[in-house]
Every structure is written in structure tokens, then in C-alpha cells.
Design a binder for this molecule. Structure first.
Ligand SMILES: Cc1cc2nc3c(=O)[nH]c(=O)nc-3n(C[C@H](O)[C@H](O)[C@H](O)COP(=O)(O)OP(=O)(O)OC[C@H]3O[C@@H](n4cnc5c(N)ncnc54)[C@H](O)[C@@H]3O)c2cc1C
Length: 286
């Protein structure tokens, strides 16, 4: 498999990169770790004539905590997120998720922003980021805008990113004390067949209010599960656990693909939702 010919642009500032996006339009595409992009190009699926390498732009790098928000620069790799002490301290569920992505080659080169921008449905981060209330920060010639993850991801391989914009960061509100979070996935192939994220407050081993429960990877986009049945529930509340498993099964529209049939995936969604709710309640304090 050979890469088709293309021209590589290496802007040093965000303004330069946006200018390239505006001038080259649909013929150009941002390029970070290349773990998805170069593969798609080798397979002849993406005939880009210009690649805009975003890795040398300082404004897109780094991880910062400011005003209760973890700001993850667009060029931050999965590996960096898995090892970063600020992430481990403030969002351990995200650090664990990042540690489990693909293999070491993908984690060292691939970025969280690239994962979201590619919008491959079989991905881990979107469910947890949705449950945590994260936003994707986009910058283009008209300025900056912030979209929640489910507004950014509009379908399989489709996002709300305009042809003249770049993702500059992902912003995740740092949960307050007493917040419990867990993300569990199930994989038979390289990527997740499905994943479930749970984030909410619990006191004395019982959910307080309604935790966010989000199912990812099984559908084109992450699905939020109505979770009112968990308010006040503890680990021994079998009725509430069965109710949330059923609500999760009802919330998804599983696609029929190599990861399994819709009926099989619906069953797994129920099993994994129960387990993720218990994992968050019993061990997942952030
Ligand atoms: C073998 C393998 C196993 C994998 N396993 C998993 C897994 O277990 N779980 C999981 O969730 N994912 C998995 N992935 C996906 C992996 O997370 C992504 O490949 C990676 O995060 C993409 O990041 P990248 O920097 O390489 O993006 P690139 O390949 O460089 O780009 C991907 C897309 O994002 C766009 N893009 C990149 N940066 C920006 C930006 N700043 N602004 C706008 N658009 C941008 C590009 O234009 C392109 O459309 C796997 C991938 C592979 C190849």
C-alpha cells in the first residue's frame, strides 16, 4: 500500500494554520499523529492533496488545569494523557481509558483530538468525555467556538468541524469531590465493540441525584441513557440495576458489523452498563 502524492505544510502558528485551511479549502486536511489519516490515504479512501501538520504549533500543545477545567491541547497524545500526573489526579478514569487505547504505537503517535475528529464510531473517549460534560474547542477565521462532544460528533466519520477550522483543545470540567466515575469497554478486535461511562455523585455507597450514563461505540454516536432509576440506589439494589440495564439497551441503535449483531450488542450493553454502574459506585471516586 503506497501513499498517494501530497504536499506537506508545517505551520508554526495557529494563525498560519488557519490561513492554510482557508486558502486550500476542501483539498487540505489537518494531520496530527497520522494513525487514521495515513491509513485511510493508503487505502485510497481519502484523496487529500495537502496535509497541514499541526504538531509544530505551540498553542495546540500541553495539558493545563485552570479554573476547574482540564484543557487538553489538540496535539496531546494518548500516551501523554495516560502518564500525565494532573490527569491521574483530577480525572483518573480518563487516564485509565487512555492507557487502554489500541497499542503502544497508536498511543505514542495518536492524539485525543485526532480520535474525536476522525469520528470513528468504535472509539473509547467519546462516551466518557460526554459523561464528564467535555467540550471540543474549534478555531477558524470567524473565531472560537465550543461544542459539547455529542454536538461535535454528528455521525459515523462526520463532525461539525468546518473545512476552515481546527480543533485546538478538549476541555473537561474537573469533577468535584464525591464524584464517582468509571469507563468499561468490551473488545474482540483492536477497537471497542462497545463502552459504557458512568459519572455521578454518591454518598455512603448510594447514588445522589442522577449519574450520567453514556453508551459508546455500539452506535454511530454516543448515547446518553436516562438514569433517573439510579437516584438513591446502592450496589445491592438489583431492581435499579436491572432498570438501568434495560434503559441502556433501549437507548442504543446498534449497527450490524464485524463487532457483532445488533441483538448481541444490545445484550452486552445491558451487561456492561450494570458493571460500569457498580464499578463507579464501588471504586471509582475521582
Ligand atoms: C491499530 C489501531 C488501534 C486503535 N485502537 C483504538 C482503541 O482501542 N480505542 C480508541 O478509541 N481508538 C483506537 N484507535 C484510534 C486512535 O485513537 C486514533 O487513530 C488516533 O487517536 C487518531 O489520532 P491522530 O493524531 O493519529 O489523528 P490523524 O490520523 O492525524 O487524524 C485523524 C483525523 O483527525 C483530523 N485531525 C487531527 N488533528 C486535528 C485537529 N487539530 N483539528 C482538526 N482535525 C484534526 C485529521 O484531519 C483526520 O481526519 C486505534 C487506531 C489504530 C490504528
Amino acid at each position: 500500500m503506497m501513499l498517494p502524492p501530497f504536499r506537506l505544510h508545517r505551520p508554526r502558528t495557529l494563525a498560519e494554520a488557519i490561513d492554510l485551511r482557508v486558502r486550500l479549502g476542501e483539498e487540505a486536511v489537518p494531520y496530527a499523529g497520522g494513525t487514521e489519516l495515513l491509513l485511510a490515504m493508503k487505502l485510497g479512501l481519502a484523496p487529500w492533496r495537502h496535509l497541514i501538520d499541526v504538531k509544530l504549533i505551540p498553542e495546540l500543545g500541553g495539558i493545563q488545569v485552570q479554573d476547574g477545567v482540564l484543557r487538553i491541547g489538540a496535539t496531546t497524545t494518548h500516551h501523554r494523557l495516560a502518564c500525565d500526573p494532573a490527569v491521574a489526579r483530577s480525572l483518573p478514569a480518563l487516564a485509565r481509558l487512555e492507557e487502554g487505547i489500541g497499542n503502544v504505537r497508536v498511543r505514542v503517535a495518536g492524539t485525543l483530538a485526532g480520535n474525536l475528529a476522525f469520528a470513528e464510531p468504535h472509539a473509547d473517549p467519546p462516551a466518557l468525555l460526554t459523561a464528564l460534560g467535555a467540550s471540543v474547542v474549534l478555531v477558524g477565521p470567524r473565531g472560537e467556538r465550543r461544542l459539547g462532544v455529542t454536538r461535535f460528533l454528528v455521525g459515523a466519520y462526520q463532525t461539525d468541524l468546518a473545512a476552515d477550522e481546527l480543533v485546538t483543545a478538549i476541555e473537561v470540567p474537573i469533577p468535584g469531590s464525591g464524584t464517582h466515575a468509571a469507563y468499561l469497554n468490551f473488545k474482540v478486535l483492536e477497537r471497542p465493540s462497545l463502552g459504557v461511562a458512568v459519572v455521578g455523585s454518591a454518598v455512603g455507597g448510594r447514588w445522589r441525584g442522577q449519574p450520567a450514563v453514556v453508551v459508546g461505540a455500539v452506535d454511530r454516536v454516543p448515547r446518553q441513557v436516562p438514569s433517573h432509576c439510579l437516584d438513591g440506589a446502592g450496589a445491592d439494589d438489583q431492581e435499579a440495576l436491572e432498570a438501568i440495564a434495560e434503559a441502556a439497551r433501549d437507548a442504543v441503535e446498534p449497527s450490524d458489523d464485524l463487532a457483532g449483531s445488533p441483538a448481541y450488542k444490545r445484550h452486552l450493553v445491558g451487561v456492561l452498563t450494570r458493571r460500569a454502574v457498580l464499578a463507579a459506585l464501588q471504586g471509582g471516586e475521582t
